[in-house]
Design a protein around this ligand. Structure first.
Ligand code: NAP
Ligand code: GDD
Length: 385
């Protein structure tokens, strides 16, 4: 029997990887996409099928998690066996600017899905995945964090996700819905949004070595995150919904790394040794050494001369801009994925080195293309904050 899945947030990082993964498994995938003034389906364009094709396995519907009737109608039309609720205003810093919108989408969005399932009489049929987050742990009460660690949210985003977590548990306990939370720690990829820290770093690194940017301006370099690869994490989402009983799972690598260290590792991929000096707002990262062979092999011989001469004048490539600080910060996240390993058999394929390699080389390729287009006189987009 062909299974049908509905993914909210299909145009996002996880939505795109999950759609690809489920289509490979033989699913028919429906996705909710928002209307935007520019087409925003870049991440899923390779899955797109012309609406005139018969028997499509990838179908998009206009929708928004803040619109109850729209959510109900889409679920009624698709009759999904599995619903993955990935749609969210997912940027923690931005949630301080748009707290009410974040609460509506990230908090109440899942309630609209859960209630629709009840109203449509689909309790026995549909399984539901809620994209919960390690941000729930916030001001952490223990290290590492597992499924029993208390929550202490530190942003409007995390507060909204706290409601979503508990309403999912409540509908499971009240009405017997197969509804589960994946408490996912940070996961990144070459298609990560440009303003999350990992992608901001790998994009800036590529631009700096190619001579398109001088300095990377950062916020808090001392916070620590448990970073994994999104490709591994969407597999966990699927595995959670294949379990006979619904439950909640921490998905993490079990290793935590400072933002500063992430920057250091990314630059070392292209043969650049960084050193950091100074404290807080006066901290700077500068190029201490260029390993010419590694630079040539990874970036290209034609860029070495220009980069070396720029660095000899001013070696500083990382500076602090307090505008990127958050009103309340989450200092450290480190997940204990023991339950997922034992019950789901989930084991990630990528480690941090593999993740950073994937991102750095993808962004190098992307920026070389941009540089080439600019040289040819074509307009390219910036994607700055
Ligand atoms: P993302 O790249 O920011 O994607 C978010 C998706 O949600 C996009 O498709 C976005 O549409 C959509 N969306 C935003 N507001 C919406 C609304 N009002 N109605 C319907 N859709 C809406 O996020 P991600 O990294 O893929 O994360 C997926 C989910 O996992 C999110 O819920 C996030 O909070 C959660 N999560 C992520 C991580 C992580 O490290 N990536 C960790 C834990 C939990 P547009 O493309 O139109 O903006
Ligand atoms: N974005 C960003 N930009 N973060 C910076 C910067 C900067 O210039 N400088 C330092 N940071 C720090 C942040 O203060 C934070 O401590 C850390 O880098 C990670 O920031 P993000 O990459 O924006 O991710 P996040 O941890 O806040 O949230 C992500 O992971 C959550 C799971 O733990 C998002 O994907 C959330 O949606 C997700 O729930």
């Amino acid at each position: 029997m062909t299974k049908t899945a509905l993914i909210t947030g299909i145009t996002g990082q996880d939505g795109a990887y999950l759609a690809e993964f489920l289509i490979k498994k033989g699913y028919i995938v429906h996705g909710m996409k928002r209307r935007s003034s520019l087409i925003n389906t870049d991440r899923v364009d390779h899955l797109y099928q012309d609406p005139h094709v018969e028997k499509r396995n990838f179908i998009l519907h206009y929708g928004d998690l803040s619109d109850s009737m729209n959510v109900t109608r889409i679920i009624q039309e698709c009759q999904p066996d599995e619903i993955y609720n990935l749609g969210a205003m997912s940027h923690v810093k931005v949630s301080f600017d748009v707290p009410e919108y974040t609460a509506n989408t990230d908090g109440i969005g899942i309630l609209r899905i859960l209630e629709s399932i009840r109203l449509l009489g689909m309790v026995e049929r549909a399984r539901i995945y809620q994209a919960s987050t390690s941000e729930l742990y916030g001001l952490v009460s223990e290290i590492p964090q597992n499924e029993r660690t208390p929550f202490y949210p530190r942003s409007p985003y995390a507060c909204a996700k706290l409601y979503a977590y508990w309403i999912t548990v409540n509908y499971r306990e009240s009405y017997g819905l197969h509804a589960s939370n994946g408490i996912l720690f940070n996961h990144e990829s070459p298609i990560r949004g440009e303003t999350f820290v990992s992608r901001k770093i790998t994009r800036a690194l590529a631009r700096i070595v190619l001579g398109m940017q001088d300095v990377l301006y950062m916020g808090n370099l001392s916070s620590k995150r448990d970073w994994g690869h999104a490709k591994d994490y969407v597999k966990a989402m699927y595995m959670i919904l294949q379990q006979e009983k619904p439950d909640d799972y921490v998905i993490a690598t079990g290793i935590t790394t400072e933002v500063r260290e992430f920057i250091y590792k990314a630059f070392s991929m292209v043969g650049i040794d960084l050193e950091f000096t100074g404290k807080e707002e006066n901290e700077r990262g500068y190029v201490a050494k260029i390993n010419d062979d590694d630079f040539v092999n990874s970036v290209g011989a034609e860029y070495l001369g220009n980069f070396s001469s720029r660095i000899s004048i001013n070696p500083v490539v990382v500076e602090i801009d307090p505008a990127y600080y958050r009103p309340t910060e989450v200092d450290i996240l480190l997940g204990d994925p023991a339950k997922a390993r034992e019950k789901l058999g989930w084991i990630p394929e990528y480690d941090l080195h593999g993740l950073i390699t994937d991102m750095v080389f993808s962004d190098l390729q992307l920026m070389k293309k941009e540089k080439y287009l600019r040289k040819g006189g074509y307009l390219t987009l910036n994607y700055f904050e």
